[in-house]
Design a protein around this ligand. Structure first.
Ligand SMILES: C[S@@+](CC[C@H](N)C(=O)[O-])C[C@H]1O[C@@H](n2cnc3c(N)ncnc32)[C@H](O)[C@@H]1O
Length: 221
């Protein structure tokens, strides 16, 4: 696991909760890459395979993954720090019935589970939401709660070093033209621009995202 090359987040648990309860309000207007695309879900199906039908721990409340697990007959336990996000994501379920799911509202690093308990641990775009030291804690917890020979499957965001020196004004200017030209694909284009800005505003020295800086940048889109 390339821990040193991933960026990390260092806010308090309260900061994390507040940030996500903010995101919960507009979750319906978030698209790939922040939410998994149907192509990403196909890859999850391939990588997780028959373990999706076992006892599955989901990091976060990703509706697309809850539906995938339910479609495979799996037993869903999800752990998420933000009840507002769980509520918002639940509105987008198509197959999974919340009555058949177990919800744990807690920080991922405080996992109340026995050892050798899960057939699969899965989480989408969640690794960079933890500081590097907490990534190590979570790694050891995942290894402990998985049954021997079972899998952890996750989509990971690697910040593109090439973008580290890109000028944000330039990113916005060049892509705004595309945005205005192509109305049919507006939300996806907007999300792609935001992804570029996230990489361009990341602090590669401290290995952290700069949420304030990238939010200020893309609030103009
Ligand atoms: C899974 S991640 C990334 C979003 C993902 N791409 C999706 O489409 O669901 C986001 C979720 O993780 C939760 N979360 C973030 N940091 C957390 C932490 N330290 N412990 C528990 N839940 C956390 C947030 O509340 C949010 O619901």
């Amino acid at each position: 696991m390339l821990i040193n090359t991933q960026l990390g987040f260092l806010g308090s648990l309260n900061d994390i909760r507040n940030i996500w309860s903010g995101y919960a309000k507009g979750w319906g207007d978030r698209w790939s890459p922040w939410r998994p695309s149907s192509g990403d879900i196909d890859i999850y199906q391939t990588l997780a395979g028959e373990k999706l039908s076992g006892r599955v721990l989901l990091f976060g409340a990703t509706p697309e993954l809850r539906d995938l697990i339910a479609q495979n007959g799996g037993n869903i336990v999800l752990i998420d720090i933000c009840p507002e996000m769980v509520g918002a994501a639940t509105k987008f379920l198509r197959y999974s019935n919340p009555k058949n799911e177990t919800w744990i509202i807690a920080d991922w690093c405080e996992m109340p589970f026995f050892s050798d308990y899960f057939d699969l641990v899965i989480g989408d775009f969640m690794w960079w939401l933890l500081s590097v030291p907490r990534q190590k804690i979570l790694r050891d917890q995942i290894a402990r709660i998985l049954k021997p020979g079972r899998n952890f499957v996750s989509r990971v965001h690697f910040c593109d070093l090439v973008r580290a020196d890109q000028n944000i004004e330039e990113i916005i200017k060049t892509n705004l033209l595309r945005l205005h030209r192509d109305n049919s694909n507006r939300p996806q284009l907007r999300e792609m621009i935001i992804a570029k800005i996230v990489d361009a505003t990341a602090d590669f020295n401290t290995k952290r995202l700069n949420i304030k800086k990238h939010k200020n940048s893309y609030s103009r889109i």
